[in-house]
Design a protein around this ligand. Structure first.
Ligand SMILES: [Zn+2]
Length: 287
């Protein structure tokens, strides 16, 4: 009896996570379209970009409306971008994943917030090559704020304090230091790469948006998973970038959405990063 009740309640919470993810995803779509244009994300209500008809509440149900309308505006039959249902589905999957991975905990909330921020950046960079300050700065503040209550669980800053200064900081200070170190490392490394690229090629290869994005990501992850994100994002970018350039034949001037790759890597690292970091550390220890 007890057994079946726990199964039921976790199923219900899982479904709630999916529904909440779909609703948040719908709001993230608004952010993705309007923030790069400098428009308000709360007003006015959504309208068809072609015919200007207001989108009615019953045509605004995440994913379901897209399917019922067969991907077309009810008024003018203009195709609705597939990015909308994709963002809603992706957010739902990520929220469900956070719940499955971390249970009904504050930690799940932290990673759901991070996932939502990353979804916005992945798609603004893909669509417009923009990683807006209006997303990066509040994200950085959230990452640092969360670290006061939910430790990044990294240990690099604590280890440095112990080894270099013989200092054992109180847990909350140590946790905040992990976030600061992660931010400094993420932002610093990307800044360094962009500087080197600029000096060598005499043109901007990477905007400050990527630097700020990794500053924010570092505050959530701490040092180790930030390094893993940069490594995985670069690898992903190189592989997909080469494939894309070969397929499209756009030449070497085609600007790759590096923020999109970093964002996808960061989302993978949320769910699969810790075992990879532990495995790599065990390799170093074994030597
Ligand atoms: Zn229309």
């Amino acid at each position: 009896m007890w057994q079946s009740r726990t199964v039921d309640s976790s199923l219900v919470t899982g479904i709630l996570a999916v529904v909440f993810g779909l609703i948040v995803g719908s709001f993230l779509n608004v952010c993705i379209v309007r923030i790069p244009e400098g428009k308000s994300i709360v007003w006015p209500a959504s309208a068809c970009p072609k015919c200007g008809a207001a989108i009615r509440p019953y045509d605004n149900i995440p994913v379901v409306s897209y399917l019922l309308l067969r991907g077309k505006c009810r008024g003018c039959q203009t195709a609705i971008s597939r990015i909308y249902p994709a963002v809603e589905l992706l957010t739902a999957v990520l929220f469900w994943g956070c719940y499955r991975m971390f249970g009904p905990t504050p930690e799940a909330v932290k990673w759901a917030v991070f996932s939502a921020v990353m979804v916005v950046l992945v798609f603004t960079d893909l669509r417009e090559r923009i990683l807006p300050d209006m997303v990066n700065y509040p994200g950085l503040a959230a990452g640092l704020g969360f670290s006061l209550f939910i430790p990044p669980g990294d240990g690099t800053a604590l280890w440095m304090a112990n080894r270099l200064f013989g200092y054992f900081p109180p847990p909350r200070a140590a946790s905040f230091a992990e976030a600061l170190l992660g931010a400094a490392l993420g932002g610093g490394l990307l800044w360094l790469v962009s500087e080197v690229y600029f000096r060598l090629r005499k043109r901007e290869g990477m905007g400050l948006g990527d630097v700020k994005m990794m500053l924010m990501t570092g505050a959530f992850f701490g040092a180790k998973r930030t390094l893993l994100t940069i490594f995985a994002g670069s690898l992903l970018g190189s592989l997909l970038g080469i494939a894309f350039i070969l397929a499209r034949r756009k030449g070497s001037n085609y600007e790759l959405p590096f923020g999109t790759f970093l964002g996808l890597a960061a989302l993978l690292v949320v769910f699969f990063g810790t075992p990879v970091v532990n495995w790599y550390q065990s390799l170093l220890m074994a030597r």
